[in-house]
Design a protein around this ligand. Sequence first.
Ligand code: SF4
Ligand code: SF4
Length: 143
Amino acid sequence: MTDCQWEGLCDGCARCCLNKLEDWDTGEIYWTNVACELLDCETCRCKDYENRQISMPDCILLTQDKISELSWLPPTCAYRLVSESQDLPGWHPLISGRAESVHEAGVSVRGRAVPENNIKPEQLEDHIVDWPREIIMEIVGQG
Ligand code: SF4
Ligand code: SF4
């Protein structure tokens, strides 16, 4: 897969840009609705994608050789699905032909994420949510 094809596989959901908490005793991951400060919560796009590794060193680069190790990736993530030899769902922009379908299907964080700018680390627990774990497979209508 070329770099361009690899980038195009991302569905633009931005679930991976949400803060997560890890239970140090059990290793369990808890999702929050608090987005990375570089995320535009409306478009679900990174505001500095090209330089994100510099401006946000904690941002994890999703490379082909790393995907199988990233067990926290959401179940809808196209990289995860492909690494598990699963089909892409009908709402995926590569299947629907429309970038908006990921939002219309309720898969993206649009309308549900809050920016982390005014949230203190100790407040993250108050923002734990389950929806990033949801599996959504249905095909959305063409708008
Ligand atoms: S969760 Fe996966 S498909 Fe969704 S934005 Fe992140 S990398 Fe892309
Ligand atoms: S730096 Fe950009 S791509 Fe990385 S987590 Fe933040 S918003 Fe997402």
